[in-house]
Design a protein around this ligand. Structure first.
Ligand SMILES: *Cc1c(COP(=O)(O)O)cnc(C)c1O
Length: 360
């Protein structure tokens, strides 16, 4: 068996320990005589799995009692519609457009109501986070929406926007559990888990209880009502049962590693190695304004497309996978999520140094 250093933006690297544990339990989950994949989601054993996953996530993020945790399907993208359908009481919302995922959410919201773009960084290819201290947020906006970590462009909100008292909704797909968060500052925090937590097919929604109401937009499908899932503790229908089980294992792994403070320290250290190198390199350059750099997704370029392609090819041959930038931006991108070990980043930087020497 040989494992590569996987720098994919998602689905992405998972802790090896978690994968091994899941392999050990594949045929017989703790004496049940069956795989978690084969188990009724109404069984006592599975109830234990989902309840423990939720409890561990609550502990990790210090989630207050007045927030529900929902394990849903449809990926992060389904939330682009679910949020306006459930939250747009006045049919108005403010969107901060800092990349393609935020833009998709904004465009989807326009289907359901008056979505207003209150800030954008499109003018400089989304390479920075706009000043959000005093935005023209409409008085009657139901919420303010952000994509907190921009997976494609590698930017991150270091301070949350001033929402002027409005509910904050955040897509945290690519920074979920990468550092401590103050849940109270948000109305809704959600993310697809395939970036930093588990296998694709699960989206976790952390939502303040007062935002969960019967009063959804007319025509909202039953499956897209937060209340249906909240009332049934995420078991209204068959949940993505195996995926939730893996998420639960990752929560335990993070707890064992020391929780979110320790994760932040580990992620800071990794990102610093790569950014410090980019700042001194004569060949490679980071593409993001320094103060807005993501700890999770690090885009960079050589400034020469042919050289970029050569780098990606040679890196792959050397065991560094998925370094090609998003198809819409080109260049390179190293995603260094929680489960990427520090050696992975150190070895990547050593490889980049060598490449620079040979191609400088
Ligand atoms: C990957 C990603 C999405 C899309 O996730 P899906 O689960 O594929 O719908 C949305 N937002 C962000 C920030 C992402 O990184």
């Amino acid at each position: 068996m040989s494992r590569v250093y996987n720098f994919s933006a998602g689905p992405a690297v998972l802790p090896e320990e978690v994968l091994k544990e899941a392999a050990d339990e594949m045929l017989d989950y703790r004496g049940s005589g069956m795989s978690v994949m084969e188990m009724s989601h109404r069984s006592k054993v599975y109830d234990g799995i989902i309840k423990e996953a939720e409890a561990d996530l609550r502990e990790l993020m210090n989630i207050p009692d007045n927030y529900k945790v929902l394990f849903l399907q449809g990926g992060a993208s389904q939330q682009f519609a679910m949020i306006p359908m459930n939250l747009m009481k006045n049919r108005k919302a403010a969107y901060i457009v800092t990349g393609q995922w935020a833009k998709k959410a904004y465009q989807e919201a326009k289907v359901y109501g008056d979505a207003v773009e209150v800030a954008s960084s499109a003018d400089q290819t989304f390479s920075y986070i706009p000043d959000c201290s005093d935005l023209p947020i409409p008085e009657d906006a139901d919420y303010v929406y952000i994509c907190e970590n921009n997976t494609i462009y590698g930017t991150k909100f270091k301070t949350l926007p001033n929402t002027k008292g409005h509910t904050l909704v955040a897509d945290v797909s690519s920074c979920f559990l990468s550092e401590p968060v103050d849940v109270c500052k948000y109305g809704v925090i959600y993310g697809g888990v395939q970036k930093n937590i588990g296998p694709a097919g699960v989206v976790i929604v952390i939502i303040r209880e007062d935002l969960i109401t019967e009063d959804t937009l007319p025509g909202t499908p039953t499956m897209l009502k937060y209340k249906i899932h909240a009332d049934a503790d995420s078991l209204y229908n068959t949940p993505p049962a195996y995926g939730i089980y893996i998420c639960g294992k990752v929560f335990k792994w993070i707890k064992k590693m020391g929780g979110l403070d320790a994760m932040k320290e580990h992620n800071d250290k990794k990102a610093k190695i790569l950014y410090d190198f980019l700042d001194e390199s004569r060949l490679f350059k980071g593409t993001v304004r320094k103060e807005d750099r993501s700890l999770m997704n690090v885009p960079f370029v050589t400034g020469n497309e042919e050289l970029d392609a050569k780098f990606v090819k040679e890196a792959k041959e050397a065991g560094f996978e998925n370094l090609k930038g998003h198809r819409t931006v080109g260049g390179m991108r190293a995603s260094i999520y929680n489960a990427m070990p520090i050696e992975g980043v150190e070895k990547l930087v050593a490889f980049m140094r060598e490449f620079e020497k040979n191609n400088g």
